[in-house]
Design a protein around this ligand. Sequence first.
Ligand SMILES: Nc1ncnc2c1ncn2[C@@H]1O[C@H](COP(=O)(O)OP(=O)(O)O)[C@@H](O)[C@H]1O
Ligand SMILES: [Mg+2]
Ligand SMILES: [Zn+2]
Length: 507
Amino acid sequence: MFAKINSSHLIGIEALCVDVEVDIKSMGMPSFTVVGLAEGAVKESKERVKASLKNLGYNIFANAITVNLAPADFKKEGTHFDLPIAVGLLNAFGIIDKKLEDTLIIGELSLDAKLRGVNGVLPMVIDAAKSGIRKVILPLENAEEASIVKESEVFGFEDLSEVIAFLSGNLTKERFVTDINDYFKNLQKPELDFADVKGQFFARRAAEIAAAGMHNLLFVGSPGSGKTMIAKRMPSILPPMTVEEAIETTKIHSVAGLIKDKGKLVVHHPFIAPHHTSSDVSIIGGTREVKPGAVSVAHNGILFLDEILEFKRSVLEVLRQPLEDGYVTISRANRTVVYPANFMLVGACNPCPCGNLGDKIKECTCTPHQIQRYRSRLSGPLMDRIDLQVTVTSIDFKDLSDMQPGESSDSISKRVKKATEIQKKRFANEDISYNSQMNESAIRKYCKIHDDALKILESINTKYGLSARAYSKLLKVSRTIADLANSKDIAKNHVLEAVQYRFLEQE
Ligand SMILES: Nc1ncnc2c1ncn2[C@@H]1O[C@H](COP(=O)(O)OP(=O)(O)O)[C@@H](O)[C@H]1O
Ligand SMILES: [Mg+2]
Ligand SMILES: [Zn+2]
């Protein structure tokens, strides 16, 4: 007696079809073996499947049972093979008498045969649909997430007995339907609004430019100057997510087990703020249990490193690859996975160890050597990838209480949206979406500069000796400033504004 069930397995945020093959011999000694490079949780599947089926009264374990997870050349992890194994057994015994070639089955079982949601459902359903497997049977908890895939017919269940009744034709069930557009209608506004930030024109403008061109940004200023406050409001001015971005981000969050209440499409740009004591693994992704890290969870959103200089040097080092490539590669003894990691880095730090350098009231007690050593941690490859460096000076409490509320996020985001639409058109035939992602040849192609603007750049170069990288950064930021002004070419005032966002290079 033999049965084959379609299931799936994750590699990074993509999925691969796995055949769960069940072979039963009524002759031999009673046994229950799972082969096909089953690891940890998959090995334990046996116990959960056995307990579930026994609880439902199926005494089928007096036989020699072999389950093979094919292809057998890669390791299988996770708990989602429970349900396909259980259904495969019942199918092989003829208890479920139905051909299931067109059905994807995934789900974890509890010992009393209840179904539990699993991680990574969205990529699995997408992959199955690509291979023509369009019926999906899974835990109810995962049904909404799975039904994001329009072409799939999704059925969600609370327990194994329901699945058996359904597949035996004794239970009718409506397919689970989700209209992806509903997620984008009436989007909830972020709670934190730029209207709360008084004054700080310079820092607010930098945040706007960063959002408009997805530029990495660093705020430098004394404690209490409002760096964290401004950074936390940046999601409120980012352009709306596209459907593609939402699906891609949801895939990552699904694999990471972050889909709250299971099944919500991620429609807001992630804002991920790991603590400065975070380990390299939590930032970049796991190697033991392969799992996306903060850089991937922040994909299509913002990674905020508050007190960036307090992070371990090794953490700042590992940020280099994702900042350069937009993805991370995690290698393990026998395999490598790649996770997308295209995020906007927003950092904040004090200007010096004591924090008071440049403050109008408090005095800095650091020596020049201390200041230099402190800053040197930020220099080099990481700083090369931060396009905007902004000095934030604190406002007097008296001024603060007098000031009018700032411009609202709604109003700022309108300008940002227009600027990103210009970029979308500009890069329609390129594989980038934002000015910050331009390479040298794209810069040459798209950054046409007025003559007087070029003169400014030349004089800056003579004065400060710009490196090639610094020069490119200036052009990219100027391009975004020009886009915010709806200007086809880069003019003198755009360059002059861009030049102000260079904190470290001015020293
Ligand atoms: N420009 C501002 N407008 C309104 N409140 C401000 C401003 N700057 C600072 N504050 C107040 O000061 C607090 C501390 O700011 P914070 O962002 O934590 O400073 P930093 O991160 O630079 O140390 C904020 O929570 C806010 O209440
Ligand atoms: Mg702070
Ligand atoms: Zn100091």
